[in-house]
Design a protein around this ligand. Structure first.
Ligand code: ATP
Length: 636
């Protein structure tokens, strides 16, 4: 992925292409939006002209013939049409705004969806988080991306309509003056003056583009400065400061000043960026406004002088004055909009990068054969793996076969590669070298979703969500009541279910619901086990599944483990070697390699790594007088 900075150097052609893609993409997300935007723009642009047009006619009639019927007609049209346009404008804005909000939601949803379905490996890629932060910040900073494009196209359309209407209003000033009056005032009547006005307009427009560009570049650079601060800010403010789970560590270790200083630092960076931006804004927009005001004033002067000299009727003067104002406004706004649209590609591009994000895991197409007999065999063939960005092998030349319907325990010291082995098995990562086969076929060739459906996993760092308990167990908004209850009971949560008032519908945690319950670490682990049982997949993988369980609950899980996993192929990781004994097969990992494999007694008799691990732990359980000092430095 490119960095946010490299996004700025693009050609006009590329920027046009991205904007055009954005326009088409908006049609895909909401095909009616452009219709509402066009209607709103046309009516909004007409709003300032309607009262001026009829006021001018009214004034002309008052100063001229004073025909009562015409006066009445113009008066009625002035009031009714001004009222109608104003109502129509508001109604159209309400309708367009609904579509804008829906678009805003749709673009955020697409980005969230892309993050949720990105290859797991990409979640470790800091560039992905940086781009996500860029998009999140751009939404709050200026609604960047598709939303900003839709808005700016709306403004551009409004400018086009304004120009159209104001050219019509300005026609009188370009009309040739009556010959006699022109001869009496050759300077004021000179056709050179409107030409000069046009020339000055071109100059002011060019300056508008320059100043807008300057402001937008400055805005983007301040914005980039803030991005890291925002990311840290989000982490400290949203994920740490308010998190119930983290709260105890913060309090007990007195970490408030540490966190507060990070928050203060972020606030200072943001404050500096905002000050810089405000002064740049004042300078850029102040100078544009001054030049536009000078130009408008000069043209008013010309129109006034022509009116005084009898070269321009009073009603035409009123009309021209309004035309001048709107024309200058449209030119300045229009160029500003084009600049914004170009700079908005800095947010559009990462947005499209996100939704086009390559998903290499999803390339396989072969459906996984659905077997009632559960005869799925997995084979690792010379598999080696390095985590992205790491030069260390987490797994090195691993060859291993999972025997169908058998229980395999995986043991080894911290960092020996046990969890990595599971991640490769479940295809959260692909091997760097070697291959993994399911029933003789490389797992990369299978449809990814179908392959994932073969595994029920409880990771040691499993996560439950602030949803009702049943939704957590079923991992879905719909659930089978009986099955949820049975799985929870099998995982040892029967008592808990009887205690909580809402049963399986009890919300977990109190984040969103007063009736939510806080659960202990062991209870959470049991719910995670119930979730794995509910999935009822042919492979069940438990990574430290009982680490948080009390001895009775642990004993109960082991007692029922065979029944719970019945015909399934089970992989079981644990540091409590006593709990691995019920597996027929034990694999011992060391520094990413499989160093021993066999049943408990055989491995003990071998006197190798397994025996050493076993011995280190067994010392704790040997009888000794109470208060004995612990055995010297167990390293497992
Ligand atoms: N996301 C990651 N990025 C880089 N290296 C990693 C990552 N996860 C693990 N590692 C490294 O890979 C090696 C194997 O880690 P792994 O988590 O598989 O060990 P483990 O045997 O499960 O350890 P434990 O018993 O502590 O859970 C370790 O050296 C670890 O530092």
């Amino acid at each position: 992925m490119k960095t946010a900075d490299s996004e700025t150097r693009t050609t006009l052609r590329q920027d046009l292409a991205v904007n055009w893609r954005g326009v088409k993409h908006i049609v895909k997300l909401d095909r009616w939006l452009w219709l509402w935007v066009a209607a709103f723009s046309a009516v909004t642009a007409a709003a300032p002209f309607v009262p001026v047009y009829f006021s001018a006619r009214l004034l002309g009639e008052l100063l001229g013939n004073q025909n009562r019927e015409r006066l009445l007609l113009f008066g009625c049209l002035l009031v009714s049409l001004t009222f109608l346009v104003s109502i129509l404008k508001d109604a159209l804005w309400e309708a367009a705004d609904l579509h804008f909000q829906a678009l805003n939601f749709a673009q955020r949803r697409e980005v969230d969806q892309a993050v949720l379905t990105a290859d797991y490996e990409q979640l470790e890629n800091p560039q992905l988080h940086l781009k996500k932060q860029l998009l999140d910040d751009s939404y709050s900073f200026n609604g960047g991306g598709l939303f900003q494009l839709a808005y700016q196209v709306g403004v551009a359309l409004r400018c086009l309509f304004l120009l159209l209407y104001s050219v019509f209003f300005l026609l009188p000033i370009f009309q040739a003056s009556p010959a006699g009056a022109a001869a009496a005032h050759p300077l004021i009547a000179s056709p050179l003056l409107p030409a000069l006005f046009l020339l000055a307009l071109v100059g002011v427009s060019a300056y508008t583009v320059f100043a807008d560009l300057r402001y937008n570049r400055g805005q983007y650079s301040q914005f980039s400065t803030c991005m890291w601060s925002n990311r840290f800010g989000n982490y400290y403010l949203n994920q740490l400061a308010g998190d119930y789970q983290v709260g105890k560590d913060i309090r007990l270790f007195g970490e408030q000043p540490l966190i507060q200083s990070a928050i203060d630092q972020m606030a200072q960076t943001l404050g500096r960026a905002m000050t810089n931006l405000s002064s740049l804004q004042g300078w850029c927009f102040g100078s544009i406004d001054t030049l536009t005001a000078l130009l408008t004033g000069a043209v008013y002067l010309l129109a006034g002088a022509r009116a005084l000299a009898g070269l321009l009727p009073v009603d035409a003067l009123v009309q021209t004055a309004a035309g001048i104002g709107q024309f200058c406004f449209a030119v300045s706004l229009g160029f500003g909009t084009l600049v914004y649209m170009r700079l908005n590609t800095q947010y559009l591009r990462p947005y499209f990068d996100f939704i086009d994000f390559p998903q290499s895991m999803y390339k396989g197409t072969i459906p996984v054969e659905k077997r009632d007999d559960g005869e799925y065999e997995i084979a690792f063939e010379h598999v080696s793996f390095r985590y992205p960005g790491s030069d260390q092998w987490a797994i090195k030349d691993l060859s291993l076969r999972l025997k169908v319907g058998k229980k395999l325990a995986v043991v080894g010291r911290n960092g020996s590669g046990k969890t990595t082995f599971i991640k490769l098995l479940c295809r959260l990562y692909d091997p760097t070298e070697g291959r993994i086969l399911l029933n003789g076929i490389d797992i990369q060739k299978y449809d990814y979703r179908e392959y994932l459906s073969l595994f029920s996993v409880v990771f040691q760092d499993f996560k439950l969500f602030s949803f009702p308990c049943a939704q957590n167990v079923a991992a879905s908004v719909r659930w089978d009541k009986k099955a949820v209850r049975r799985c929870l009971e099998d995982a040892g949560m029967g008592d808990w279910l009887d205690r909580v008032p809402l049963g399986i519908e009890t919300p977990l945690y109190k984040n969103f619901d007063d009736s939510g319950v806080e659960i202990s670490g062991g209870e959470a682990q049991k719910i995670a086990i119930a979730r794995a049982l509910y999935k009822d997949a042919p492979f069940i993988v438990l990574d430290e599944p009982t680490a948080a369980l009390d001895p009775l609950s642990e004993a109960e899980i082991y007692r029922r483990f065979d029944a719970l996993t019945s015909e399934k192929t089970a992989v079981y990781i644990s540091h409590r070697l006593s709990s691995c004994r019920f597996c027929q097969d034990i694999a011992v990992f060391d520094r990413g390699q499989l160093v021993e494999r066999g049943p408990h007694r055989e491995l003990l008799a071998k006197g190798g790594q397994y025996a050493r691990l076993w011995e280190a732990q067994a010392q704790y359980y040997r009888d000794g007088p109470e208060g004995d000092s612990p055995p010297s430095k167990p390293d497992f």
